[in-house]
Design a protein around this ligand. Structure first.
Ligand SMILES: Nc1ncnc2c1ncn2[C@@H]1O[C@H](COP(=O)(O)OP(=O)(O)OP(=O)(O)O)[C@@H](O)[C@H]1O
Length: 379
């Protein structure tokens, strides 16, 4: 019989968490030869079987980070560990990684099947031809490409080529799958379809995956978690819904969300938030959301368009003239201007409000965010 002390010891074992952790990036910095700091003290980890999206605007350092994890690029300082062991001294081909690129990178003279089999015909993963074919067959079935097995890349659509590339990356049964903007060259409809296929596939295979994209919608739909980078700095690493509902700072609030969040410059006098269009009493804030006592000064109020709603004249914070409307599925976006800045309110499609209408709007202050002048969230 196992005694209770033994069970307690297992439960208290500090190594327990490490067993679940596949990738750990710690204090990672990259300064290019021209002195440009592309990554600044990057820290995050990825659990086994997790699908994490690296998201951020062009030039934020996504490819630099992916290339350091894969070994194609050296870090300036910091560490990358796989299953608790540093891989910085391990050559890329020995890191047990499958890589999928934006441009597919297939061998044009080989058929789809030969491309998929290729990693099993060379190097340390070399198998007999029959075995290679059998394994390739399994991954070709998983990626739905058996019917195009004998075709060459030039005869395949972009979506088919990317499926071949994914099968080729998985056929070595790597521990980690890295995907660098794999859907960028596909048309909109195919992007939607293949991203769903990719998520289903990596979950079925159970492989730890880092998926790079600059498209927030793609990241929100595919990732278990999102690591949002800007200027080489991790802004927030969290579930997609938390980036939307509980953004760490003004950059995250502004980057995530479609339609984009409304941001208003305000001055706080200790009692109300003021600008030339409205005055909002601080007592409308939810006390438990305040991260600190706010000194008087300049702030930015952020409100998601669905939380800036038409109201009665008595309850209104301000009145606007609708400049334009946009229909998106079940909802309509009402657009209006203060000066040359455009703002948005999101209402139900049934609300018969059109361009040119004057309407009253009210902030749901319990759902607003407030940022200080450094973009840090204070509420
Ligand atoms: N070899 C290099 N020397 C100097 N600067 C570089 C080098 N490679 C990249 N950079 C710079 O480092 C920053 C990060 O580049 P990186 O390619 O990692 O960004 P990214 O987020 O992948 O961008 P994109 O989405 O456009 O591919 C950019 O400002 C880029 O200009």
């Amino acid at each position: 019989m196992i005694d209770n002390h033994y069970i307690l010891w297992i439960l208290a074992d500090p190594r327990k968490g490490e067993n679940k952790r596949m990738i750990e990036v710690s204090n990672l910095n990259k300064t290019y030869e021209n002195g440009y700091e592309a990554l600044k003290n990057v820290n995050f980890s990825v659990e086994k079987g997790e699908l994490v999206c690296l998201l951020g605007p062009s030039g934020c350092g996504k490819s630099t980070l992916l290339n350091i994890i894969s070994g194609l690029l050296d870090a300036t300082s910091g560490d990358v560990k796989f299953e608790g062991k540093s891989v910085l001294d391990v050559a890329p081909e020995n890191r047990d990684i499958g890589f999928v690129f934006q441009n597919y990178a297939l061998f044009p003279h080989m058929t789809a099947e030969e491309n998929v089999m290729f990693p099993l015909t060379v190097g340390k993963n070399k198998k007999s031809k029959a075995e290679a074919r059998e394994i390739a067959q399994k991954y070709m079935e998983l990626t739905h490409i058996t019917d195009i097995a004998k075709k060459k890349p030039g005869q395949l659509s972009g979506g088919q080529q990317q499926r071949v590339a994914i099968a080729r990356a998985l056929v070595q049964q790597p521990k980690v799958l890295l995907m660098d903007e794999p859907l960028s060259n596909l048309d909109a409809r195919l992007r939607l379809q293949i991203r769903e296929e990719i998520r289903a596939l990596v979950k079925e295979v159970g492989i730890t995956t880092i998926f790079v994209t600059h498209d927030q919608e793609e990241a929100l739909s595919i990732g278990d978690r999102i690591i949002l980078l800007n200027n080489g700095v991790v802004q927030q690493a969290d579930k997609g819904q938390n980036l939307y509902l509980d953004p760490a700072n003004q950059f995250v609030a502004n980057f995530i969300g479609n339609p984009v969040i409304d941001l208003f410059d305000v001055q706080f006098d200790g009692n109300q938030f003021n600008n030339e269009h409205f005055n909002l009493l601080a007592e409308r804030l939810a006390d438990n959301k305040l991260k600190q006592k706010l000194p008087a000064g300049d702030y930015v109020i952020g409100i998601r368009p669905e939380n800036l709603q038409p109201s009665t004249a008595e309850m209104a914070d301000f009145t606007i003239k609708v400049d334009d409307i946009e229909l998106i599925g079940r909802e309509r976006i009402l657009k209006f201007y203060f000066g040359d800045m455009q703002y948005r309110s999101l209402v139900d499609i049934e609300d018969q409000i059109g361009a040119g209408n004057e309407i009253n709007l009210r902030f749901d202050m319990k759902k607003a965010f407030i940022f200080n002048k450094d973009g840090e969230r204070v509420y």
